[in-house]
Structure formats: C-alpha cells, structure tokens
Design a protein around this ligand. Structure first.
Ligand SMILES: [Zn+2]
Length: 124
C-alpha cells in the first residue's frame, strides 16, 4: 500500500532510520559472516552524516505537522530525543554506533506513533 501524501514524510524519515539500523546492525554481521560481502557493501564514512542531514528536515516537518494536527506531543518529543542522540553519535565517535542505533530506534518509533496518531484522528 503506497503511503498517502500526508504519511509520506513519516514513511521517508522512518525509512531513513531503518536504513541506519541496517547499516549499523545487520551489515557488520553480514560482513563478519561472509567477509567477501565487504567489497559489495562499501559504505562511506560519512553515511551517518548524510542520513542525519536528510532525516533532520524530513523528521522535523513530519513531527511538527503531526503535532499541530493531532495535538499529541509525545511523537515529536520522542523524535527530538532520537535526533539529539543521532547528533551526539556524530560528535562522540567512540559511542557512534550505540548512540546512532538508539537514536534511530527512537526516531522510527516517533514516526510510527505519529502515523498511528494521524490515522486514529483522520480516518480515510
Ligand atoms: Zn548506521
């Protein structure tokens, strides 16, 4: 089912956080299991920066619009916490993966909650 126009920013931002979870969690496992895969999955060092730069405006738009529409503050609060953790992961390199994974999970949760809240308030 393709996302409706109102759901599109949530779908895009949710997909970006999922892309980062796959990059941070599944890819190292895949490369460790089948080392030959490493040459097929060359990820730029700047991937987190790129994902964050894309997620920040899309997430902000989706969560801000959601909050003004359905007047529930928690998806935006959870999303802001997720974006803050992802930003911290870009700065604190020793903690990059755990901070980014935690941030991406919070962000995915925020967009799911935002989407569910909009669906509950505006059926159809
Ligand atoms: Zn990642």
């Amino acid at each position: 089912m393709p996302p409706t126009r109102a759901a599109l920013p949530d779908a895009v931002a949710g997909s970006l956080s999922l892309a980062c979870l796959i990059h941070c969690l599944a890819l190292p496992v895949a490369v460790a299991t089948v080392p030959a895969m490493a040459q097929w999955f060359v990820m730029p060092e700047s991937l987190h920066m790129i994902l964050f730069a894309l997620a920040l405006p899309v997430s902000s738009l989706a969560l801000w619009r959601g909050q003004s529409r359905h007047e529930r503050a928690y998806p935006a609060s959870v999303g802001a916490a997720g974006l803050a953790l992802m930003a911290a992961g870009l700065i604190i390199h020793d903690w990059e993966t755990p901070l980014t994974v935690a941030g991406a999970l919070l962000l995915a949760w925020a967009h799911l909650a935002n989407w569910l809240a909009r669906k509950a308030d505006c059926p159809g």
